[in-house]
Design a protein around this ligand. Structure first.
Ligand code: C5P
Length: 401
């Protein structure tokens, strides 16, 4: 899968360093060659000897190691790779990258490279949440740095939250996606997926039966064609794919904000089953029976139509905007009208009547509606629908950037 691909692996100093050994093993198993670079702090967590043994390569540690003519210079080292991976990307290393520092070998290579950089952040949850790290992260993303993780969970320091380095499997998937030479290389595609949860009170919510399976399959198919994918997902029952940027949200309004924050994109696909209404006055405390026998009255208000808003953007509209239409009757007519009404380019229409078993099931039967007309696709797995749709998106966007 990664045969012959060259990875320059920059190892920062953090407790997550232990996972780097497994990551190197998996990268090698997948056929990649790994050239390791360790910061001074990294050596406090993993030994250069273990890293060298697993990588089957010498470990580069010191900027001044490289001044000898017999050695490879740092410019060459930074470029003799197909991808630069930073794992763990500590808060300090991220700050150096964002600030363009070059005061040791790792930061100098990161500044000198002309290759894509994939960072796997790992740090304490408070450091991750700190405004300085958030700023650095957005600078890095703006510079085109790819980011995998971090994950949420218990941390070595005893706290709980986001900051655990992505698992080796996820890092390898992100490396594969970054190196994919697919038809969507260099493209950014936004995908919304899953249901939304609209709170009634702190324990109850309004939701729908969407599993998020079609959106997740689509994000994976777009990733496999080399796209950089931002996956904005409500609380789905299917896990998000690896190697994409996952933005979890709960409500329609959160989804809208996340979508706007993720733009610009070359294409945007709205596969989410967004709740049309939210409870106008969601209560702060659990609603109790009052003994009167009269149920509470919930008044609803309409949620923002995210697809329509993005399709109608004057500035920064993605070149291709694709909506889904889940209908329970007269699918073609409903979906064709919906394409017009929402102002999107394509509609992927499907019949979600309970007897079709599509909502929450593994198959889908869709009709693609474009300005040129309607195309009925045979019933197939959601993965196959996703691959076909990703191919069509690549075709519509044209040659890779
Ligand atoms: O109007 P309807 O919900 O049938 O439209 C479905 C399409 O619109 C889907 O692509 C869905 O993701 C999108 N949508 C949205 N925001 C809403 C409602 C629907 O983006 N509030």
């Amino acid at each position: 899968m990664l045969a012959g691909r060259r990875i320059l692996l920059i190892i920062g100093g953090g407790i997550a360093g232990y996972k780097v050994l497994e990551t190197i093993r998996r990268l090698k198993d997948a056929g990649a060659s790994v050239t390791p670079v360790m910061t001074r702090a990294a050596e406090e967590f993993v030994t250069p000897l273990s890293v060298a043994a697993l990588a089957g390569s010498r470990v580069y540690r010191n900027l001044f190691d490289l001044t000898d003519e017999a050695e490879m210079g740092h410019i060459e080292l930074s470029r003799a790779a197909d991808l630069v991976v930073v794992a763990p990307a500590t808060a300090d290393l991220m700050a150096k990258m964002a600030g363009g520092h070059a005061d040791d070998l790792a930061s100098t290579l990161l500044l000198a490279t002309d290759k894509r950089v994939l960072a796997a952040p790992a740090m304490n949850v408070r450091m991750w949440d700190h405004p300085a790290t958030r700023r650095n992260l957005s600078v890095l993303r703006g510079d085109g740095v790819l980011v995998v993780g971090p994950d949420e969970g218990p941390m070595a320091c005893g706290e709980f939250g986001f900051g655990r380095m992505a698992e080796p499997e996820a890092i390898v998937a992100a490396v594969s996606a970054a190196l994919a030479e697919g038809k969507l290389r260099g493209r950014h595609v936004l995908v919304t997926s899953g249901p939304t949860h609209e709170p009634i009170d702190p324990v109850r919510y309004i939701a729908n039966r969407s599993s998020g399976a079609q959106g997740a399959a689509l994000a994976a198919a777009l990733r496999d064609l080399g796209a950089r994918v931002t996956f904005v997902t409500g609380p789905a029952s299917v896990p998000p794919p690896q190697g994409v940027t996952v933005i979890p949200v709960q409500t329609a309004r959160e989804m809208e904000a996340a979508v706007r924050a993720a733009l610009p994109a070359d294409a945007a696909v709205f596969a989410a089953a967004v709740a049309d209404w939210r409870v106008e006055d969601a209560r702060d405390a659990k609603i109790k029976k009052d003994g009167s026998g009269r149920p509470p009255v919930l008044s609803l208000s309409e949620n923002p139509d995210i697809l329509k808003a993005v399709a109608g953007m004057r500035d920064g509209r993605p070149r291709l905007v694709v909506g889904f239409a889940a209908e329970t009757g007269d699918v073609l007519a409903q979906a064709t009208a919906k394409r017009q009404r929402k102002g999107c380019d394509w509609i992927v229409a499907n019949d979600v009547s309970p007897e079709t078993g599509i909502m929450g099931g593994s198959e889908n039967a869709v009709t693609l509606i474009t300005p040129d007309g309607a195309e009925a696709w045979p019933r197939m797995s959601k993965q196959a629908v996703a691959r076909r749709l990703a191919d069509r998106i690549a075709l519509a966007l044209g040659e890779p950037a």
